[in-house]
Design a protein around this ligand. Structure first.
Ligand code: NAI
Ligand SMILES: N[C@@H](CC=O)C(=O)O
Length: 361
């Protein structure tokens, strides 16, 4: 090959590698499974899956990773979990962009996001435990971002609705968030949009779980914990240095079901029926409906919990898994800026992960 040809071919290879993205996927459950399906579509052509793991097994073999039933295979076979082997698959790949995708709900994995960023990996996550957890974790994340790490978090709020991007854009323009309120949970929205007393609450909850709207342990939704995490992520992005213990959270989980295992909780869902029916009936008698609302005011006072609202209230006019975020800011002050749409579900959440990866470069 002539020197000119060799140079042109090296330049071409460098350009190709610059566009390539090597990925490790952590979590092949509801969201991770939908993400694997998106990786088989033409828009994901430059994305290369070099490792995938669930909580017990992992795979780095190219042939196995390309299998359409990778998710099921991982349930039966694969190597034991070992981050070193997964990350070395990323390190040895010639792609310029190396991304760890966290589609788990593991707080332990989330606690390592900042470290991964500081080691030069990009992180794209549906896991809210770091940004929506302890303030110290949020601060570590901000430090890693300031040092150049790129963190894709669109899936963490509204399952990819353009909420975080809009809020950050407003703040970048010098606008300030005054108040934020709405419905931040897709599963709780689904439950209370459908619950009219004709079917037991537990039946609807099982339905929401089957459709992939709830957290792996639905108590994370019913306790208000997942909503509080989203509120914290939004508030912190808007500049409120809010600690996780500063959100008043009103749980729907009865005391007797708080400390049991997930399996036992799922077997005893019927215990939710009576208390929820009583709340529903009391609201109905007053001409109100129940909605699980989140709110933060200008002084940083934050609360999430079940609220009775009149049928004319904006949150009473939602459908399916709709989330609703009403942002009142210095510049949107006569009427709030409202972002609304489906806020849970495997496809939309997986798409949010994909979108964040594609926008890395
Ligand atoms: N389902 C939804 O609509 C939405 C979910 N999310 C978030 O997506 C995340 C995943 O949710 P789902 O897919 O519904 O849960 P899931 O329970 O279906 O899947 C979780 C997966 O993570 C794996 N996992 C747990 N610990 C792990 C570890 N240490 N290493 C590797 N894998 C591990 C599990 O084996 C499982 O494959 C959660 O953080 C959730 O909050 C975010 C937005 C919407
Ligand atoms: N379980 C969550 C899923 C998205 O974050 C919800 O119900 O909103």
């Amino acid at each position: 090959m002539s020197a000119v040809l060799a140079e042109a071919s090296a330049a071409h290879a460098a350009l190709t590698n610059r566009n390539k993205v090597a990925l490790v996927l952590l979590g092949t459950g509801v969201v991770g499974g939908a993400f694997l399906k998106l990786l088989c579509t033409p828009v994901a052509g430059r994305l290369h899956l070099v490792g995938a793991a669930n909580s017990r097994k992992q795979q780095t073999d190219a042939v196995q990773l390309a299998a359409r039933d990778l998710r099921d295979r991982l349930k039966r076979e694969g190597a034991a979990r070992d981050d070193t082997a997964l990350f070395s698959a990323l390190d040895t790949h010639d792609a310029a962009l190396k991304v760890i995708v966290d589609a788990t709900a593991s707080a332990e994995l989330a606690s390592r996001h900042a470290d991964w960023l500081s080691r030069g990996y990009h992180v794209v996550t549906a896991n809210k435990s770091l940004a929506g957890g302890q303030l110290s974790g949020w601060r570590a994340l901000q430090a890693a971002r300031a040092a150049g790490g790129r963190y894709g978090d669109a899936a963490t709020v509204g399952a990819g609705l353009p909420v975080l991007s809009t809020l950050r854009r407003l703040c970048d323009c010098g606008d300030s968030l005054l108040t934020l309120e709405g419905v931040f949970s897709g599963s709780l929205s689904y439950l209370f949009n459908h619950y009219d007393g004709s079917r037991p609450f537990s039946v609807l909850l099982r339905e929401a779980r089957k459709l992939g709207y709830t957290e792996p342990d639905p108590r994370a939704d019913l306790s208000g914990e997942d909503v509080a995490r989203k509120l914290l992520i939004l508030a912190r992005n808007a500049g409120f240095a809010l600690g996780s213990d500063e959100v008043v959270v009103e749980s729907l989980v009865p005391e007797t079901l708080r400390d049991v295992s997930t399996e036992t909780f799922l077997e005893r869902l019927e215990e939710l029926d009576e208390p929820l029916a009583a709340l529903h009936e009391a609201a109905r008698a007053r001409g109100q409906v129940l909605r699980f609302l989140a709110r933060i005011n200008q002084r940083g006072r934050a609360r999430v919990g079940l609220t009775e609202v009149p049928p004319t209230h904006p949150a009473a006019r939602l459908y399916g898994t709709d989330n609703q975020f009403a942002l009142t800011t210095t510049r949107y002050h006569t009427q709030p800026l409202v972002i609304q749409g489906p806020g849970a579900g495997p496809e939309v959440t997986a798409q949010a992960l994909l979108g964040d990866i594609l926008s890395l470069g």
